[in-house]
Ligand binder design. Structure first.
Ligand SMILES: [Fe+2]
Ligand SMILES: [Fe+2]
Length: 189
């Protein structure tokens, strides 16, 4: 029988209390995959809106703790190109997170933005988790993953509590410079 959303979330929380850095981050990946799957199944706009907000919250915190703690620890220890790509992939996801945070399921393209975000995250998670990916390289590097795991868990708790009060902040990019775009409409024949 497939695990329910609630039991998966409970499992993710348990992992987070005890896990090293990689186990904690992988548990985050599974949690957000569950939310994306729930969005695919959702039909009502209220439910979609709630799930999209949860996805944005999870991804905002996850990208922040990786950028504050994991990625700096990886610099000089793992493949440089892979790490640079990870920052750009995070920033690409943040543009869609910002779109979702400033939109609603009533908007044209909203479902498509959630779907494309899920596909971008799927690709990024693969790059982190695959054999010889960033996580595997971090495991083989001179990084104390137990200590890093504790710091990731602490920071995650802190941000979660903070954002519950303040709402999800505007994402901060690390590689993209916010070059201006012209907003048009899809063209007709
Ligand atoms: Fe990640
Ligand atoms: Fe990442």
């Amino acid at each position: 029988m497939p695990a329910t959303h609630a039991s998966k979330t409970k499992k993710a929380r348990k992992v987070a209390e005890t896990a090293d850095a990689i186990a904690l981050l992988k548990a985050d990946h599974r949690a957000v995959e569950t939310l994306f799957a729930a969005y695919e199944e959702a039909s009502g706009k209220a439910q979609k809106s709630k799930l999209a907000q949860q996805i944005c919250m999870e991804l905002s915190i996850h990208t922040m703790i990786e950028e504050e703690l994991l990625y700096p620890a990886c610099r000089g220890e793992t493949d440089e190109d892979l790490l640079d790509e990870a920052y750009v992939e995070h920033d690409g996801a943040k543009t869609l997170i910002a779109e979702l945070m400033n939109g609603s399921p009533d908007d044209e393209f909203y479902d498509a933005k959630v779907k494309v975000l899920s596909e971008m995250i799927k690709h990024h998670v693969k790059e982190e988790e695959q054999r010889d990916g960033l996580f595997a390289q971090a495991k083989n590097a001179d990084i104390d993953l137990d200590d890093l795991g504790k710091r990731l868990a602490d920071r995650k708790q802190e941000l979660k509590a903070h954002f519950k009060e303040t709402g999800i902040p505007t994402p901060t990019t690390r590689s993209m410079k916010g070059a201006e775009l012209e907003h048009g409409q899809p063209l007709e024949d």
